[in-house]
Design a protein around this ligand. Structure first.
Ligand code: BG6
Length: 474
């Protein structure tokens, strides 16, 4: 039995370009979908505006100003002992509108500089190609991923990135949390994943399945191109993994929970197996969805399967069977009385992480990579410039313990652990800065006021020791 983590286990952290870079219109960057999302909060959803309105605040325009602080931030990550750092490449820095033929050199240069800075400290960059930040031009002109043409634009973007950075970046992911849009009633989720703005009579579910199909094809094409450019590249998919438990041991609840998992995770089946699961094909027929899925698409899916499965893990869900087997995320979830939640209502379930690692291993038999995990919490900077975030340490400690059991006792093949928002950044769901995840505090409030100075929190020193001991001291 393996006693601990391998010596090459990738400890580190994760972020996404639009949530921290800021500089939203600098050096030729185009506007992305995130640039049109206002500040919200846990009770007030973020608004998606058509234009940038002067009386509204758009937190992603500033992020945590990483664009101007990245050297200092990378140094802090190196002080923590990071072996890997996950970020995304903002599509609009490379192709400002998305449909150009030639990339923007200034954008490419920024990521060269960032990756070089990471490599200087022996930190491996881990890169997501599309993380909720497609060019707004592709939304306005083409309808986002509801349009097949977007496949070619994405593939061109992916090609340029692989070509340019393959000697600096080994681990890639195509689409962040591609399966979040399972909740197709959520305007925000489908906009972030697919750049689709629903009209009143749209069949949201069908549009979502169609857009996801184009993304899956684009991903499979990208995988093939990446491997052709450099066979040593590891190109994965990225799923939001929330295990879905039955509310009781009633067989109907158990069966429904299984169907809910299958519905939420078929994206992974297609990425890994290269084809759709039967239950879904039969569901499309039952719904009489005349999906645009060509023979050529099916061939591309078959030939472009992923090397590993990356995922985020924050929480688990529970469902109760009522009268249908058609899982609808917006109405079928029920609270789980066995589990506490954080201040934003997200269930805290460390054991669910071990369950998830085992579930995916049994289903997909691929190396796994935890590329997000963590707890959003209110932090307080004390007068002596400290943050005593014991709650964050407790959350991460409990999750790392379960992860360790999965690796050591269950022999799950796990590449690394990159907790989310290792430095405070803008929340994707609410746009708040005060929903903080970081080991590093950034002095900025929800409206962009503050010095933007960086301060290590107590969790910084704790995590540094976890890494230094390769997970032996948690
Ligand atoms: C994931 C996303 O959904 O969760 C991140 O990939 C996001 O972009 C993270 O920030 C945490 O969610 P939130 O809404 O608290 O920022």
């Amino acid at each position: 039995m393996q006693k601990s983590f391998n010596n090459n286990f990738l400890w580190g952290g994760a972020v996404a370009a639009h949530q921290l870079e800021g500089a939203y219109d600098k050096d030729g960057k185009g506007l992305s979908i995130a640039d049109f999302m206002t500040l919200g909060n846990k009770d007030q959803p973020r608004k998606i505006t058509k234009t940038i309105e002067s009386d509204k605040y758009y937190p992603n325009h500033v992020g945590n100003d990483f664009y101007h602080h990245y050297k200092e931030d990378v140094k802090l990550m190196s002080d923590m002992g990071f072996k890997a750092f996950r970020t995304s490449i903002a599509w609009t820095r490379i192709f400002p509108n998305g449909d150009e033929q030639t990339p923007n050199e200034a954008g490419l240069k920024f990521y060269d500089n960032l990756f070089d800075e990471l490599l200087k400290y022996n930190i491996q960059p881990v890169v997501t190609l599309s993380h909720f930040e497609m060019p707004i031009h592709l939304v306005n002109k083409y309808g986002g991923w509801s349009n097949r043409k977007v496949i070619d634009f994405f593939v061109r973007f992916a090609h340029v990135c692989f070509e340019r950075y393959h000697s600096k970046v080994k681990y890639w992911m195509t689409f962040n949390e591609i399966n979040n849009q399972t909740n197709y009633q959520s305007t925000l989720s489908v906009y972030e994943n697919s750049g689709i703005k629903f009209k009143p009579n749209d069949d949201r579910q069908k549009l979502m399945y169609q857009a996801a199909h184009y993304e899956l094809v684009a991903s499979a094409e990208a995988v093939q191109i990446g491997h052709a450019i450099d066979p040593s590249l590891q190109i994965g998919c990225m799923l939001a993994f929330c295990p879905i438990y039955p509310n009781s041991s009633k067989p109907e609840d158990v069966l429904f929970a299984q169907r809910a998992m299958d519905t939420r995770l078929y994206f992974g089946d297609v990425h890994v197996n290269g084809h759709y699961p039967n239950f879904l094909l039969s569901y499309f027929q039952k719904k009489q969805y005349d999906m645009d899925i060509t023979k050529n698409d099916l061939q591309i899916l078959e030939n472009g399967t992923v090397d590993y499965v990356a995922f985020s893990y924050y929480m688990s869900f529970s469902v109760k069977y009522t009268d249908h087997m058609d899982y609808r995320e917006y109405q079928d979830l029920v609270p789980n009385p066995n589990i506490k939640t954080n201040d934003w209502g997200w269930a805290i379930d460390p054991v669910g992480l071990r369950y998830s690692l085992n579930w995916m291993t049994s289903r997909w038999h691929k190396p796994l990579f935890i590329v997000e995990n963590g707890v959003g919490a209110y932090d307080e900077l004390t007068p002596d410039l400290k943050v005593h975030d014991t709650y964050r340490i407790e959350y991460l400690r409990n999750h790392i313990r379960e992860m360790k059991k999965a690796v050591v006792e269950d022999e799950v093949d796990l590449i690394g652990y990159l907790p989310w928002g290792c430095i405070d950044l803008v929340s994707a769901s609410t746009g708040e800065m005060k929903k903080r995840y970081g080991f590093i505090y950034v002095d900025a409030d929800d409206y962009g006021n503050g010095s933007y100075k960086r301060y290590p929190k107590d969790s910084f020193y704790w995590y540094k020791n976890v890494i230094a001991t390769n997970g032996n001291e948690i």
